[in-house]
Design a protein around this ligand. Structure first.
Ligand code: SF4
Length: 416
């Protein structure tokens, strides 16, 4: 059952990725939703077949870490039985659809996108020609509600909008406005865009962002036959997902996951609290998990586990990838360094991410601009201001202690 292993690609159940602590298997969940039963089953899998650790991905999926060569095959069988594995008939690309985390229950939403997502998933599965899409090729379907995904960028986004009281989807390709479609046309438009992409790309690994840079949005929209739009996507900061709040008739408890890392025991506790409040878990792309429940979830019962209960928490000011020793590409302890930097980072920005600590130039944890980005290289860090890991550093070879100093100086300037 084991497929060839490669470093640096997008892992799935049948195509795991080798890393510093063993194999990584990414479980692509149905719209990021996780029942208590499924959450406990995944926690058991992490205990039995891996090192008990998970990472919450930027696409609201869970990655099991530390899978051994001998335990991969039984894990794959188990995940297959749980309905969590891609198959020949339904490859992982058919599962790469991110939907608004409160879909179906949010009174602020322009529409319930659930049926649209299912139709799109069905088209991506049935049209076998689309199985040639790159493994990372993704779709976003956003309902325009309280926890909108409009801040996220992926290959193809459908963003619900209303004009003259009539809802429609604004379509963006790699974050650039490309056209619009009627609500009922989403699956067809998604199919036409994917076919146009396959027709126009110049290499199997090219993504939509590369194609847009090479030939422009208009050429792709023309090939896909999209209706033109005068609207533009607005990529604001991610919404506030953490805290206890009401959404329609539901109680929501949003919990931050430090650097997206959680263990099997934490997942079991989350399953317990969701079950006790007649609810389920919903994963978000913002390193946060929601307990969406009928009765108020008992947040106090989670006080002893390392979750984040407020957006103001210093750890929410820093993004960090697994780093060393978990990732074979890393030479620095990103989580350790990020924890040290967090209080200074929070002083510099009250909300949102201020510092990105990346183990290497790949920038997995935060593939977008941050005010301060530290990029691990040969046991030290390079520093980029107001950019991404792809930008030119203004300083190089900084030790962990020097990172603190750099941020302390920025804090001192602001306080002066
Ligand atoms: S950014 Fe971090 S997790 Fe990603 S490959 Fe580099 S070291 Fe590994």
């Amino acid at each position: 059952m084991r497929a060839a292993l490669r470093k640096g690609w997008c892992p799935s159940v049948l195509r795991p990725m080798a890393s510093g602590d063993g194999l990584i298997v990414r479980v692509n969940l149905n719209n990021g939703r996780l029942s208590p039963v499924l959450a406990r089953a995944l926690a058991r899998c992490a205990h039995r077949f891996g090192n008990g650790l998970f990472d919450l991905s930027a696409r609201a999926n869970l990655q099991l870490r530390g899978i051994g060569d001998a335990t991969l095959s039984p894990l794959q069988s188990e995940l297959c039985d749980l309905g969590l594995s891609e198959t020949e008939e339904a490859p992982s690309t058919a599962r790469n659809i991110s939907a608004s985390p409160l879909a179906g229950i949010d009174p602020q939403a322009i529409l319930d996108i659930g049926p649209c997502v299912e139709l799109l998933r069905d088209r991506l599965t049935r049209e076998t020609i689309l199985h040639a899409l790159p493994a990372k090729f993704g779709f976003i379907v956003d309902d325009g509600g309280a926890l909108s995904l409009a801040s996220e960028k992926t290959d193809v986004s459908f963003l619900a909008r209303r004009r003259g009281g009539v809802p429609h989807f604004l379509i963006s390709l790699a974050g650039r406005a490309a056209g619009e479609c009627a609500i009922d046309d989403l699956a067809d438009a998604g199919l036409r865009i994917a076919l146009a992409f396959l027709e126009l790309r110049d290499a199997p690994t090219e993504r939509m962002a590369g194609l847009v840079r090479r030939i422009g949005v208009a050429a792709i929209a023309g090939e896909a036959g999209l209706a033109p739009t005068t609207e533009t996507p607005v990529h604001d900061r991610p919404p506030t997902a953490i805290g206890a709040y009401r959404v329609g008739g539901h109680h929501v408890l949003g919990l931050g996951v430090p650097f997206g890392r959680l263990d099997a025991a934490m997942l079991e506790r989350l399953a317990d609290i969701a079950e006790a409040s007649s609810g389920e878990l919903r994963l978000t792309p913002w390193r946060a998990i929601l307990v969406v429940a009928v009765t108020p979830p008992d947040a106090a019962s989670l006080a002893d586990i390392a979750l984040i209960f407020s957006e103001d928490d210093p750890l929410r000011a820093v993004a960090a990838c697994p780093g060393a020793p978990d990732c074979a590409n890393a030479t620095t302890s990103t989580h350790e360094d990020a924890r040290r930097l967090a209080p200074f980072a929070r002083r510099l920005r009250a909300r949102g991410i201020f510092v990105h600590v990346s183990g290497c130039a790949k920038g997995c944890a935060h593939p977008r601009k941050a005010p301060v980005t530290f990029i691990g290289r040969d046991g030290c860090y390079d520093l980029v201001l107001d950019g991404t890991t792809a930008d030119k550093p203004i300083a190089a070879g900084l030790s962990g202690a020097q990172l603190n100093l750099a941020l302390q100086q920025l804090v001192a300037k602001i306080d002066a």
